[in-house]
Design a protein around this ligand. Structure first.
Ligand code: G4P
Length: 526
């Protein structure tokens, strides 16, 4: 029974540089799955285009996005869970953490722009975790780059082998459709298809003369040549290599025109991995284990002052989760039960009675959870692989209302539990350094400290651009390092030492001076 539920599920994230078409593709997938009836539903979820300073607007949109943080739908008897990842770079950390809860990703690339900054960063995170990736090259109706050049760029810049499973016929104003290399079928393009599937024409042999009639002789010959070239030079599609994150199958299409989306979805459910196990400190946990385990990867605060509760998003790793059953919160050493766990289907929320590996449930929380927390049926284990990443902007927090010191302390601790920012303590003086990936978070923190905790603060700029977690070959070497660099050492919330550097050069220079010290970009390392 559990095995059947596991095999039925696929949990994945769609990632892209802003504007490549993530929202549009998500929406089209939901349309195919029948989860929404018309285009435009997911658009509301977008925060990317909001002016950076307008964080209230972003928070408002985040509020709307609670329901769409996870979008579940059924397609051909498969339960698909799409985990939404914010495209705005200031929320990148949220995206990195969400990627801990997926089993694979679809990466959307704009054919005009190719690989962009966020594409690179997100792929680094995927590679670190060996997450299987399918690439969807979007906007083929625009005058984009040559598809061979695009493949080369993807391989070089993203450090992954690629294998086209579909191939475009023309591009921009000459775009005629895509040929499914593995299925040997042709999809002819007609713009502005809103809801129905494309007409698919089986082409058992590219040399058949009908192809010339359909595409014109020039385009048909070009397709023949290119298809032959791909078979000669491209890696064969190897499921094992895809599943272990080394080979990315590539599709071409146009999300806005609903083109190439169904082929993507059909192949996705065929090849994407079923819910996978996760590493924990005591042992690896397999989804088939009868006992329930899960971890919290995202916490969503409710900004409405009348409803102060938060929603903790828990990914189920093993066993069956049941409503109103006591589970063990391993960090707090405490049993908790949940009366109204929530599941999400596109823009609907509903009460869940039970949930299975791969599912994501929302747990209403009054402050028990922080990101990375583990729930079990009693075993005291902790899931790994939900690391913190080095922030990019650092500021010192200064209390401007001494009467509210306690509130400030509490507020900043809770906000960092939610993952809004990272908090480091620097001694002497118990000074607080806040690290974020974007400017926006500082405004959010200031606003929320005031509104929710009544505390006031300002931020002083610091000349740091990176924090590295450190380890040493011997305790004595660590002591020596901490002493020598005291002014640039802070402690994270788990009291692990971090080293602040002002640039990559600065970090490398220090590393040379202290060969016994290792510097780590994330809070977990081997
Ligand atoms: P994002 O979530 O990755 O940020 O991207 P989103 O889907 O919002 O798409 C960004 C822009 O690209 C949108 O246009 C969208 O309509 C357009 N787009 C998406 N897919 C395609 C495609 O296949 N072809 C073409 N030509 N455009 C595409 P916009 O004008 O910025 O926004 P909107 O006014 O359409 O909402």
């Amino acid at each position: 029974m559990l095995e059947k539920e596991i095999n039925k599920r696929r949990t994945f994230g769609i990632i892209s540089h802003p504007d490549a078409g993530k929202t549009t593709l998500t929406e089209k997938l939901l349309l195919f799955g029948g989860a929404i009836q018309k285009a435009g539903t997911v658009k509301r979820n977008k925060a990317e285009k909001t002016a950076t300073s307008d964080f209230m607007e972003i928070e408002k949109q985040r509020g709307i996005s609670v329901a769409t943080s996870v979008m579940g739908f059924e397609y051909k008897d498969i339960k698909i869970n799409i985990l939404d990842t914010p495209g705005h770079k200031d929320f990148a950390e949220d995206t990195y953490r969400t990627l801990t809860a997926v089993d694979s990703v679809i990466l959307v690339v704009d054919c005009v722009k190719g690989v962009e900054e966020q594409t690179r960063k997100l792929m680094q995170v995927c590679r670190m975790r060996h997450t299987p990736v399918i690439i969807f090259i979007n906007k083929m109706d625009r005058e984009g780059k040559d598809p061979f050049d695009l493949l080369e760029e993807l391989e070089k810049e993203l450090n992954i082998s690629t294998r086209p499973l579909s191939w475009p016929i023309g591009i921009g104003h000459t775009f005629k459709g895509v040929y499914q290399l593995h299925k040997k079928s042709l999809n002819l393009y007609s713009p502005n298809k809103k809801e129905i599937a494309d007409d698919v024409i089986a082409i058992s042999d590219l040399n058949q003369p009908e192809l010339d009639q359909m595409l014109g002789e020039h385009a048909a010959n070009k397709l023949r040549e290119e298809a032959e070239l791909i078979e000669e030079v491209a890696e064969p599609f190897d499921l094992g290599l895809y599943r272990s994150g080394y080979l990315a199958p590539v599709f071409f299409g146009s999300a806005i025109n609903n083109f190439g989306v169904q082929e993507l979805l059909d192949t996705f459910i065929e090849i994407a991995p079923t819910p996978q196990g996760r590493e924990a400190n005591l042992r690896p946990i397999e989804p088939q284990e009868a006992k329930f385990t899960g971890f919290v990867f995202k916490i969503h605060a409710n900004l409405d002052p009348n409803h102060r509760d938060r929603i903790a998003f828990c990914r189920i790793t093993s066993g069956t989760f049941l409503r109103n059953t006591f589970y063990y919160h391993t960090r707090l050493d405490k049993k908790l039960k949940f009366a109204s766990p929530t599941s999400f289907m596109a823009d609907n929320k509903s009460l869940v009675e039970e949930a299975y590996p791969g599912d994501v449930i929302g747990l209403y929380d009054a402050g028990n959870f922080k990101i990375g927390d583990t729930l079990t049926e009693g075993e005291k284990l902790q899931f790994l692989g939900i690391p913190s990443f080095s922030p990019e902007i650092f500021r010192e927090l200064e209390n401007t209302d001494p009467m509210k010191t306690k509130q400030l302390e509490k507020g900043i601790n809770q906000l960092s539990d939610e993952g809004v920012a990272q908090l480091f303590t620097v001694n002497p003086g118990n000074r607080k350094i806040i690290g974020t990936v974007g400017e926006l978070q500082f405004e959010v923190i200031q606003f929320r400290l005031k509104q929710e905790y009544g505390a006031s603060c300002i931020f002083r700029p610091l000349n740091f651009s990176k924090s590295s977690w450190v380890s040493a070959t011997t305790p004595a070497a660590m002591q020596q390092f901490l002493k020598a660099q005291a002014s640039r050492i802070g402690y994270d919330k788990e009291n692990r030492p971090v080293f602040f550097s002002s640039s990559q050069w600065d970090l490398e220079y220090t590393a040379k001076q202290f060969p016994e010290i290792s510097f780590h970009d994330t809070s977990e390392w081997d």
